[in-house]
Design a protein around this ligand. Sequence first.
Ligand SMILES: NC(=O)C1=CN([C@@H]2O[C@H](COP(=O)(O)OP(=O)(O)OC[C@H]3O[C@@H](n4cnc5c(N)ncnc54)[C@H](OP(=O)(O)O)[C@@H]3O)[C@@H](O)[C@H]2O)C=CC1
Ligand SMILES: O=C(O)C1=N[C@H](C(=O)O)C[C@H](O)C1
Length: 249
Amino acid sequence: MTMTKVGVLGARGKVGAAICEAVRAAEDMDLVAEVDQGDPLQMLTDRGAEVVVDFTHPDVVMSNLEFCVSHGIHAVVGTTGFTEERLGTLRGWLESSPGTGVLVAPNFAIGAILMMRFAVQAARYFPSAEIVELHHPNKADAPSGTAHRTAEMMGAARAEAGLGPSPDATSTELEGARGAEVDGIRVHSVRVTGLVAHQEVLLGSQGETLTIRHDSLDRTSFAPGVLLGVRAIAGAPGLTVGLDSFMDL
Ligand SMILES: NC(=O)C1=CN([C@@H]2O[C@H](COP(=O)(O)OP(=O)(O)OC[C@H]3O[C@@H](n4cnc5c(N)ncnc54)[C@H](OP(=O)(O)O)[C@@H]3O)[C@@H](O)[C@H]2O)C=CC1
Ligand SMILES: O=C(O)C1=N[C@H](C(=O)O)C[C@H](O)C1
């Protein structure tokens, strides 16, 4: 069996630790480098990492990826904060490193990917649509990368179907009471101790509502998707956004 040499960035973090455990348990992978804050990225090249998994912080992920791509190391990225501008920069780096693949996915939980897919399928049929994402209070960003991406994809589906803005007669409000707007969809971010990662997509039409909810109850929920990405990325040069590209949906 061919063994893939894997390095994990953010190895001592909440998700990184779960990924290290999953890579250690995978029969076809060797965990060669566990890198965290303060460790040199050189550990990845010194130890021959072929694929790097990044669960660090939006402020550092781009410099990590610049290092990986410039050294021809494939990357599977869970860290959030990817704007179109960042994706463009990444595409530019990848053009100078043909054969190298990077997967950026806002959520690696299989159920979350399906939740997003179902939400996009449903979006065209409901005049009202809002998203509530609920997370642990140590989360660095709001809204979550998952909610942001869901809203973008639902907004595109609504526009394609010719739907206008969600009906909303609110005229006076406290700032923030109606959440943030992403591509016409209101997104509400909740931070509560005890939660892990959860999202509800609420859709409404005359006389009916549809609620699509996903719950990550444990960070091991991200591991199977990450391992799938690690196995697929060497065969997918360039930039891939979303794990669904590697799933038979
Ligand atoms: N796509 C997905 O499925 C998921 C994505 N995420 C995202 O992953 C990211 C990490 O989440 P989480 O594990 O909860 O966060 P944590 O803060 O628990 O973990 C991040 C880890 O990265 C370390 N770190 C910071 N800077 C560097 C660096 N330059 N090099 C290496 N390590 C570094 C941190 O160290 P220190 O604490 O000392 O700063 C910490 O140990 C977030 O962006 C989150 O939104 C989370 C869950 C699922
Ligand atoms: O920070 C987290 O915890 C999570 N981050 C990702 C996001 O922002 O969407 C994925 C998941 O929601 C957990």
